[in-house]
Unconditional design. Structure first.
Length: 229
């Protein structure tokens, strides 16, 4: 049975980048907010060099606009590009990854996805918007990792980052955030269901917020009604 992928060792700049990315995706810093190197360095207790590298990376991902010698400004996340451009790009990348990953799936991979799902469930129960998006990122990036496409993760991050308002606004419309974790559980069940065509159809519909998500929310509501008796 294949070994699981080892976790990468994160540099200081990588850790700063991960934390800021998480905050930006969750809307902690509104568009137009200045993130200055000196202030970020003081906050994280590091020198300005790793902060500069982190801000540069986040600018490449479209989350920030770089300001020479100053730091960066949080970029807008225009919704008008989601349906026509960003979602199709994401669908193409993740379905390509799914095709490569499907023959490689193991019980260890399934266990790793289940761990992510448990974390997502806790985040949904706590109504922690930032943690929910963190686990959404982890779940989808895991597909690229299993597919051996780690080098494409920056491309994926660039697409996902530009869709951040779309994801936040969509989650905010839900009456019960726990249905997010439930829907992703159904997605992983489909992935490990042994049918590549079915998994691909479900994954595409999920990314397009189509019938798969609608049926998952309906199933979640029926389950909750049964539990209430």
């Amino acid at each position: 049975m294949a070994a699981t992928n080892p976790l990468p060792i994160r540099t200081v700049a990588g850790q700063v980048c991960d934390q800021l990315r998480s905050e930006l995706l969750a809307g902690t810093h509104p568009a137009g907010t200045s993130l200055r190197e000196e202030e970020m360095a003081s906050r994280f207790g590091v020198s300005r060099h790793p902060v500069r590298k982190a801000l540069h990376q986040l600018a490449l991902e479209g989350l920030l606009h770089a300001k020479p010698n100053c730091g960066a400004v949080v970029a807008d996340s225009p919704l008008e590009h989601v349906e026509g451009l960003l979602t199709p790009l994401r669908v193409q990348l993740e379905l390509y990854a799914l095709q490569l990953a499907f023959p490689q799936l193991t019980d260890e991979h399934h266990a790793e996805w289940r761990l992510i799902l448990r974390r997502m469930e806790r985040a949904c129960e706590d109504e922690d918007a930032q943690a929910i998006l963190d686990q959404d990122v982890a779940l989808h990036q895991k597909l690229l990792i299993v597919a051996g496409l780690e080098g494409m993760i920056p491309v994926w991050q660039s697409i996902y980052g530009r869709m951040r308002d779309y994801h936040r606004h969509g989650n905010a419309t839900l009456d019960d955030l726990r249905c997010i974790a439930y829907g992703h559980q159904k997605l992983i069940d489909s992935l490990f269901g042994g049918n590549l065509d079915r998994a691909s159809t479900d994954w595409k519909s999920h990314l397009e917020n189509g019938e798969f998500n609608h049926k998952a929310r309906q199933a979640w509501q029926r389950q909750q009604q049964r539990l209430k008796g």
